[in-house]
Design a protein around this ligand. Structure first.
Ligand code: NA7
Length: 553
């Protein structure tokens, strides 16, 4: 335990988290003349890109688009080097932004927030850190990230392992030298699929423990040419405007190294013959699986695409048993977060990579020297957990959040997260969540969604000040209506298919309520809704004046 810090600081806003959301929020509020501080558990900026330093960590959104748009000068000055940037480059960008806008002077690092309690009388939040410092603030803004609390499954014997243990979401800053070592990795989500080819290349031997094979597509990454960069920069205003009104905040500008934007499919897979589908695989490989219009709409169509997908694995992976082991079955394409990779399946053609398909017998326990499964024992020197995160709600529920009249966030969210627009929660006035559950967040280009939320929140608090109002919170009706809408538009999609188990649904964490958390309605429609709500005098919210009697049910 460090020394207790009992200082009390009064501010207009406390922002929790110094990732891309917290950094921009700070910049915005400061430029509105507000006093604000960012409290950050890590020792520097970057959020997810600060923690996830595992080999192969990379963004799956084109770098020209996965970047801030709020400063024209910034976007003109920064030169990305690859179509999709690797973690070190994104972290360098975050650091550049912190320096450029002099953000660090209002960020307190190595500071984990443990509690945020609303004081009904003062109508202010008291935010407490693990070290005991207290921040007394008008607004509390959670920029805590959607994938920031690593999930380490509880496996019997986990503490017995005598070799080194790593989690992709908490990778050592100095890196890990796997040369000469045998390694075991659990998990084949995005992180595992990115790390496996790199670890396999570095280590003596890699054993992959796979519970559910994923559908992953070749990333087709590559360097950005100076010509492409110049063209994209010239088009930036249009790129950003289109992103903001798009479905996912990504337009795939010049995807394919400066070529045309991808064409939307028009053919139905249900109208094709097996011969045509084989030909499509001959011509386009995995990309052929995406070229049909009906696979997201119809289970039968989706299953045909899954068959094509499996056939393509068999074409790449020469060992029939390994190929069979890598084939996803029993759940549709489009249910889990899409994964893209570099040489993932090719890696399994290496003799020094073993696949343990846990569908043939699961993990029984971790031992001093490896993992015991129902299909045999496997030994290695180092163990990597690529087992994901307690997504979307983990970080918020990890803080003891207590709102009006003593209500706890834990109780309020017992059956799953409830928010209005993913921005605010009934009973928790002046608490905002950036890319909270109920907003497009993880279904979108996070930076586009972050900017939209930051700007909405910044305008909202400026409006409140303008009308001498003290607080804002959603009505219970607006919150219920929104959650119903979030669920209703997700139902019937592949994302909520009964056979689908994803972290979008909370299905990766034992005991977590199964509810579809992000908003599937699209970034553009969602932005328009948020703007409309604000323009309609904050429809669905209660805005409180200084008259405290209004702050009740
Ligand atoms: P994910 O996508 O949640 O993947 C976690 C993986 O770990 C997944 O393959 C899980 O299998 C596996 N897992 C989790 N618990 C276990 C146990 N107990 N035994 C075996 N395997 C297990 O996390 P990522 O970090 O890869 O990616 C998260 C997001 O970060 C990603 O979508 C991008 O947006 C960036 P399961 O599928 O649950 O059977």
């Amino acid at each position: 335990m460090g020394e207790q810090d009992t200082t009390l600081t009064e501010l207009d806003a406390v922002i929790v988290g110094a990732g891309f959301a917290g950094m921009y929020m700070l910049h915005r509020l400061r430029s509105q003349g507000m006093s604000a501080i960012v409290l950050e558990a890590g020792s520097d900026v970057g959020g997810t890109w600060y923690w996830n330093r595992y080999p192969g960590a990379r963004c799956d959104v084109p770098s020209m688009e996965y970047s801030y748009s709020f400063s024209r000068e910034l976007q003109q000055d920064w030169d990305w080097t690859e179509v999709m940037a690797a973690q070190p480059e994104i972290l360098a960008y975050a650091n550049h932004v912190a320096d450029r806008f002099d953000l660090r002077r209002d960020i307190q690092f190595d500071t984990r927030v443990s509690a945020a309690h609303y004081d009904d009388n003062a109508m202010r939040w008291r935010v407490t850190t693990e070290a005991g410092a207290i921040f007394d603030t008008h607004f509390c803004i959670m920029a805590t990230g959607c994938l920031s609390v690593p999930n380490t499954p509880v496996i019997p014997g986990a503490d017995d392992f005598t070799g080194s243990i790593y989690h992709t979401g908490r990778w050592p800053h100095e890196g890990v030298d796997f040369s000469g070592l045998t390694v075991g990795i659990i998990g084949t989500g995005s992180s595992g699929i990115q790390a496996i080819p790199e670890i396999a290349a570095a280590a003596n031997h890699l054993t992959v423990f796979q519970r559910t094979p994923n559908y992953t597509m070749p990333a087709n990454n590559g360097p950005l040419t100076p010509d492409f960069l110049a063209r994209a920069k010239a088009d930036y205003d249009e790129i950003r405007a289109t992103e903001r009104q798009s479905q996912a905040g990504i337009i795939g500008y010049g995807f394919g190294f400066g070529g045309a934007d991808p064409e939307m499919p028009t053919d139905a897979i249900l109208d094709t013959t097996p011969e045509q589908r084989r030909q499509a695989l001959d011509d386009n490989g995995f990309a052929a699986v995406r070229q049909y219009v009906d696979i997201g709409l119809d289970m039968e169509a989706n299953e045909l695409a899954c068959e094509m997908y499996r056939e393509q694995i068999a074409r790449i992976v020469s060992d029939t048993k390994k190929a069979e082991g890598l084939m996803p079955r029993g759940y549709p394409i489009g249910c889990k977060r899409p994964v893209i990779d570099t040489d993932y399946y090719e890696t399994f053609n290496r003799d020094d990579v073993t696949l343990v398909d846990l569908r043939n017998g699961g993990i029984e326990q971790i031992t001093a020297t490896g993992i015991k499964t129902a299909q045999g024992d496997f030994e290695f020197d180092a163990l990597v957990y690529a087992t994901g995160f307690d997504a979307m709600t983990g970080a918020l529920l990890g803080i003891d959040v207590v709102g009006r009249e003593g209500r706890t966030l834990k109780n309020h969210w017992e059956a799953g997260p409830r928010t209005y627009l993913g921005l605010q929660i009934h009973g928790f006035p002046n608490l905002f969540t950036i890319t909270g559950p109920g907003s497009p967040s993880v279904l979108s280009n996070m930076i586009v969604s972050i900017e939209q939320h930051v700007e909405w929140i910044a305008d909202c608090v400026a409006d409140l000040a303008g009308r001498q109002a003290l607080a804002i919170e959603p009505t219970p009706e607006a919150e219920s209506g929104w959650i119903e809408h979030v669920n209703q538009i997700a139902s019937g999609t592949m994302l909520t298919a009964p056979s689908c188990n994803s972290w979008y649904l909370g299905a990766n964490i034992p005991g977590k309520p199964r509810i579809f958390m992000p908003y599937v309605g699209g970034v553009g429609a969602y932005r328009n809704k948020c703007d409309e709500v604000a323009a309609n005098d904050y429809e669905g919210f209660r805005v409180y004046s200084a008259d405290l009697t209004h702050l009740q049910e």
